[in-house]
Ligand binder design. Structure first.
Ligand SMILES: Cc1ncc(COP(=O)(O)O)c(C=O)c1O
Length: 382
């Protein structure tokens, strides 16, 4: 057998020991290590899903139904303040598959470039997508606010770069980037002939420093040329189990991706497309969800500060990025201490070597379980 690609351990599987330890604590394990929503999906989406189900005998369009593409365009207009024609939107089967497959598809289109740039502390699938494409994965350093420090990309890497991943606002750090800085990233990419792929799946969970809702921002505010924005229904509408998202932006890139993905049979099921269209047309459920996460963030922050941890990230997404209040420390050690009290968090090393001192807590647990876990921490402090 040749020495081919061996997939690394799946990041979440590396937490099995922590989970086993937490399970031994009275009341059981409260797992905040994964960003999988637990609150209900909107009723309009559940209805659309049920109504479309029985009639879904034919193949749906790979690029998305007209209803889904129009709903996505309408949402971007309403919430992001940009006009994107519906034919510059294509559906994807949740965004993880798009993140993982995009570099391969873009490299087929432009074989002269062999490098994927991605934030040094980030969602692991950006790096994995580069590896699956046989491309170089080059992390872009982040500054003390966890924002991309694009000027530190080496000129040689910039010349070879095919695509630059942005994650706005960012998993795992919760950082958000002012729109002027996003525009600077797009300018840098255009100057260097690099495609921008902006993963904006947490856009609706953007907050200011006080926890008040802040307007979501998009890289498409700089215009569509050479820019793709990637959006998901998983987080916005608690529909991770349905697998629905979309990509919008540059006309040529979107058309190309629509064609190759159709050849590859990447299709969102008809009932899911109907549910996604219904969810995108409704904002009330997102307002409720944003307020739920705000409340959970405030409660969890207070309790974790009492446990000797300090918030170290930005105000957005549904993640808390924490480190030891005493200064440098090992994220795995912090996670072990929390597991001894029944709470599982993700060590920051899962998101890149620069995350090693930190842990990430996801606010995607029910109010009851979160309150229970925080009370348990308070009862057995540091
Ligand atoms: C930054 C980021 N992008 C993309 C995804 C993928 O989400 P989905 O495939 O459910 O759309 C996630 C999920 O955690 C994420 O954190």
């Amino acid at each position: 057998m040749t020495a081919g690609f061996v997939p690394p351990p799946y990041p979440q599987d590396r937490l099995d020991d922590l989970r086993s330890r937490a399970a031994l604590v009275a009341g059981g394990c409260v797992d905040t290590s994964i960003g999988t929503p637990v609150d209900p999906m909107p009723a309009v989406a559940a209805r659309a899903l049920a109504d479309a189900g029985a009639g879904a005998t034919g193949y749906p369009p790979s690029v998305g139904t007209p209803a889904l593409r129009e709903a996505a365009a309408g949402w971007m207009h309403r919430r992001l303040g940009i006009s994107v024609p519906p034919d510059r939107v294509i559906a994807c089967v949740g965004t993880k598959e798009m993140v993982a497959s995009l570099p391969r598809l873009l490299a087929l289109r432009d074989p002269t470039r062999d490098t994927v740039l991605y934030p040094a502390v980030s969602y692991p699938t950006y790096e994995m997508g580069a590896r699956l494409a046989g491309l170089r994965a080059v992390p872009v350093p982040v500054d003390e606010q966890w924002r991309l420090d694009i000027e530190r990309v080496a000129p040689g890497d910039a010349r070879r770069a095919l695509v630059l991943w942005i994650n706005e606002p960012a998993n795992p750090t919760g950082a958000s980037t002012p729109v002027a800085d996003l525009a600077g990233l797009v300018r840098w990419a255009r100057r260097n002939g690099v495609i921008v792929s902006s993963d904006e799946c947490y856009a609706e969970f953007t907050y200011d420093g006080t926890g008040a809702p802040a307007a979501p921002v998009t890289a498409l505010s700089s215009g569509p040329e050479g820019v793709l924005a990637v959006h998901s229904l998983s987080k916005r509408s608690n529909m991770a189990g349905l697998r629905a998202g979309f990509v919008a932006g540059d006309a040529d890139l979107v058309r190309y991706l629509g064609e190759v993905r159709r050849h590859a049979g990447m299709i969102v099921p008809t009932p899911v497309q109907a549910a996604a269209a219904a969810a995108l047309a409704d904002d009330a459920h997102v307002d409720q969800q944003r307020e739920r996460y705000r409340r959970r963030r405030a409660d969890a922050t207070t309790a974790l500060e009492g446990f000797g941890l300090a918030p170290a990230g930005g105000p957005s997404t549904f993640y808390l990025w924490l480190r030891s209040a005493a200064g440098a420390g090992d994220g795995w050690a912090i996670a072990a201490r929390l597991a001894e009290r029944g709470l599982v968090v993700a060590p920051g090393e899962l998101y890149g070597p620069d995350g090693v001192d930190y842990v990430r807590l996801s606010l995607t647990v029910s109010d009851e379980r979160l309150e229970f876990a925080l009370d348990r921490l308070a009862a057995a402090p540091v």
